[in-house]
Design a protein around this ligand. Structure first.
Ligand code: AOF
Ligand code: ZN
Length: 350
């Protein structure tokens, strides 16, 4: 295996670790690390939660627990993100690397946090550590996206989720019940909820469905804090039934109401609360407003194998759209009888 393939192989392992933390670490990034010596993995780790050790420290601790600290001398650490170099909530990872005499540091993405960007690279090289940057950079940047979006723009990464019929309608006749998609798809929706810090709906959806918007599976309530449940309304909290789940269940302190606020202002406020990512589970009209304001970063579209009807269709752009949205990184997969198509919105500057 050539050295670059070799590095990529281990960076893939670090990525695998990092993804375990997605949705758990906000306002911090999800990061993974693995320590390797003589082509053997000595230990691994990921960032679990803000305030807890960074991925590098987790991986180092894992090695120490399994093999003792001695084996770290001369080892290589693979990290999806450039290590931090100043003391923050936790001690600088660069000092952990130096103290343990790790010989080589390989990282994927440069830290989008201006406090850290590029600093570790200079510091470690200055101390005689061999540093290789940018290994599987794009993949590592994908893991970092929600954090990078918030840090660089003050807005969270916005995922729009909708379920619809094959003719693109998002509701079905009331006599047929509220669901379009299969239980399997709803399970996937719960996995999506476990990756975000807030779920946004409109007052209309609340009045119609009395939703819970809770986590029922996957990382579940035990490991992850219940995401904020955000209701956007023109008519205010009093206009919503006060005996509904959002106001009475055990997570009622995780419900936020925004009345008559521009959408960007709501998102900015959520970012300030530490949200790296949000999930839109709203109806077509509100979804359209988010799309027209160019606030959506990613779509997760569930198609059910039915043809339905009604006027309330479309969740994309309104009648006066100037140009279409184009998606990249498009994936489709079957979930039970349904098809999930996902993609990331191409920004006009790309
Ligand atoms: C993480 N986890 O695994 C790595 C991070 O507030 P602190 O002290 O936890 O520092 C957060 C910053 O540290 C964060 O903005 C990022 O730049 C850097 N790296 N952070 O939470 C990690 N490696
Ligand atoms: Zn760190």
């Amino acid at each position: 295996m050539s050295p670059s393939n070799y590095d990529e192989k281990w960076m893939l392992r670090a990525l695998e670790e990092g993804w375990k933390g997605i949705g758990l670490t906000s306002p911090n990034p999800a990061v993974g690390a693995v320590v390797v010596k003589d082509e053997m993995e000595l230990g691994s780790g990921y960032h679990h939660r803000t305030g807890l050790p960074h991925a590098e420290r987790e991986a180092i601790a894992d090695v120490v627990a399994k093999h003792g600290a001695e084996v770290l001398h001369g080892a290589t650490i693979y990290v999806t993100l450039e290590p931090c170099s100043t003391v923050g909530r936790t001690p600088a990872c660069t000092s952990g690397i130096l103290e343990n005499k790790i010989r080589r540091v390989v990282y994927g993405a440069v830290d989008p946090n201006p406090k850290h960007a590029g600093a570790a690279d200079t510091l470690l090289r200055g101390q005689g550590i061999e540093v290789t940057a940018g290994v599987l950079r794009e993949e590592c940047e994908k893991l970092l996206r929600p954090f990078a979006k918030r840090i660089t723009s003050g807005l969270p990464w916005v995922i729009a989720k909708t379920a619809m019929s094959l003719d693109g309608r998002i509701t079905r006749p009331p006599s047929e019940g509220q669901w379009l998609t299969s239980p399997e798809s709803r399970e996937v929706v719960h996995q999506l909820r476990a990756q975000v810090d807030a779920i946004i709906v409109g007052g209309k959806t609340v009045r119609r469905d009395n939703p819970r918007l809770t986590l029922r599976s996957e990382k579940g309530a035990a490991e992850k804090e219940q995401p904020w449940r955000v209701v956007l309304t023109h008519t205010g909290r009093e206009s919503l039934p006060q005996d509904f789940h959002l106001f009475t269940d055990e997570f009622k302190n995780r419900t936020l109401i925004y009345q008559d606020k521009p959408l960007a202002e709501v998102l900015r406020d959520l970012a300030e609360k530490g949200c790296n990512s949000v999930l839109l589970e709203c109806g077509g009209r509100l979804m359209r407003q988010f799309a027209e304001a160019e606030l959506i970063d990613e779509y997760q579209l569930f198609y059910a194998p039915i043809i339905t009807g009604g006027e309330d269709f479309g969740f994309g752009l309104g009648d006066h759209f100037k140009s279409s949205l184009t998606l990249k990184e498009v994936h489709s997969r079957s979930i039970g009888q349904d098809t999930l198509i996902s993609g990331v919105v191409v920004r006009s500057e790309e």
